[in-house]
Design a binder for this molecule. Structure first.
Ligand code: NI
Length: 181
């Protein structure tokens, strides 16, 4: 496994179209293992492959967020499709590993149902509530190149852009260590 650099806004890679996974092979397993190690290192809730420079339709969600034991491996979603979103919504401050120290209120469905493949190529359906639902919607957004930035109003966008353009790797690491999301 290898730790990968988390790509930060406004790096254009985050807006690069993602492609569906065509084969769950050693190459993909390596990307997923690296994503796990990278997410653990910053205690993140979820991570999309494109955030480590792999424009594939893959994301992972921390086991404790997904309602499993903290010691379990993250849940891997390959070629995920949102099947259903509840009409009931909630607006909460949301963070993102590609925007260290930035929080934006985002309205999300309280419950989300996602169909995906696991690392064995087996189809499964995950239904998440609250934080899990929010994480599913947030990570899915990454696959369609939608970012936290897009949910901010015009004034806040300027602030985010300025902050992110000036942010050094050291500052980002310190901010992420304080709050990974
Ligand atoms: Ni994110």
């Amino acid at each position: 496994m290898a730790l990968r650099r988390i790509i930060r806004f406004p790096d254009p890679v985050l807006r690069q179209p993602t492609r569906p996974v065509s084969a769950i092979d050693q190459r993909l397993r390596q990307i997923v293992e690296d994503m796990m190690e990278t997410m653990y290192a910053v205690d993140g809730a979820g991570l999309a492959a494109i955030q480590v420079g792999a424009p594939e339709r893959v994301f992972i969600i921390d086991a404790s967020v997904a309602g499993a034991a903290r010691t379990d491996l993250p849940v891997v979603f390959i070629n995920p499709v949102i099947e259903w979103l509840s009409a009931e919504t909630e607006t909460k401050e949301e963070g993102c590993l590609s925007f260290p120290g930035i929080f934006v209120p985002v309205k999300r469905s309280l419950v989300a149902r996602v169909r995906a493949l696991d690392l064995n190529g087996k189809e499964f359906v995950a239904e998440g509530r609250d934080l899990y639902a929010r994480a599913l919607q947030h990570e899915h957004d990454h696959l369609i190149n939608k970012l936290l930035f897009d949910y901010a109003g015009p004034v806040k966008r300027q602030v985010i852009k300025r902050k992110m353009e000036r942010m050094t790797d050291e500052e980002a690491a310190a901010l992420v260590a304080r709050h990974g999301d």
